[in-house]
Write a protein that binds this ligand. Structure first.
Ligand SMILES: O=C(O)CCC(=O)C(=O)O
Ligand SMILES: [Fe+2]
Length: 194
């Protein structure tokens, strides 16, 4: 794959109208946020953000081989936004992994989302709420970085092929930033398509 290729994503600013995005943001601030830890070389390291997961029953999710997330039951607002994303993108999602970046120092490092529980070549859809943040993508074996600025109410759709060939991150910044909440809708092989 050429390094000059652009990542297979679709970015839709204002996917949610501002009043709906504001309402959803307020709702998401009340979700069951947790501080998780990963185990790395015998050490326990707190992940630099808060997390929680909602979804269909039985759709457990494991990442970094050490964090097990069990889905809480869909709330109505999360379920409504899932339906809206499904009907506009044509992809199906069984879980939503939610991230809360409290300040610019909260982040997620370079990675791809390739957990086997998502099945082969998954599409992942991300809704951003609150503080706009820089999100970066680069080819797995390449240096050229594409920056996206993810705005309040936007949708970033990572299409099939993205997780296989690209990595992404939300870098830390020392700028004084407010909080951002991100909702990542994912498929799950144990999910029932409805
Ligand atoms: O917050 C973001 O935009 C990225 C989150 C992410 O990459 C993930 O949850 O796997
Ligand atoms: Fe990710």
């Amino acid at each position: 794959m050429s390094e000059n290729n652009l990542p297979p994503v679709e970015y839709i600013p204002n996917f949610l109208e501002t009043t709906l995005a504001d309402k959803l943001y307020k709702h998401c601030q009340q979700l069951a946020w947790e501080q998780n830890n990963i185990r790395l070389m015998g050490k326990t390291i707190p992940v630099p953000r808060l997390e929680c997961m909602y979804g269909d029953e039985g759709c457990n999710y494991v990442y970094s081989k050490s964090v097990l997330l069990e889905p809480l039951r869909w709330t109505s607002p999360l379920s409504e936004v899932r339906s809206r994303i499904e009907s506009q993108t044509g992809y199906q999602f069984n879980i939503v992994l939610c991230n809360r970046y409290r300040t610019g120092l909260d982040s997620v490092g370079w990675h791809n989302d390739n957990e086997p529980s998502m099945g082969e070549t998954p599409a992942i859809a991300e809704i951003s709420l609150g503080q706009e943040r820089k999100f970066q993508m680069r080819p797995h074996s390449g240096e050229s970085i594409t920056d996206f600025w993810l705005e309040h109410g936007s949708l970033l759709l990572m299409k099939p092929g993205c997780q296989e060939n690209w990595v992404h991150q939300l870098p830390k910044t020392s700028r004084a930033l407010k909080e951002r909440i991100n909702l990542t809708f994912r498929p799950h092989i144990n999910g029932t398509s409805s």
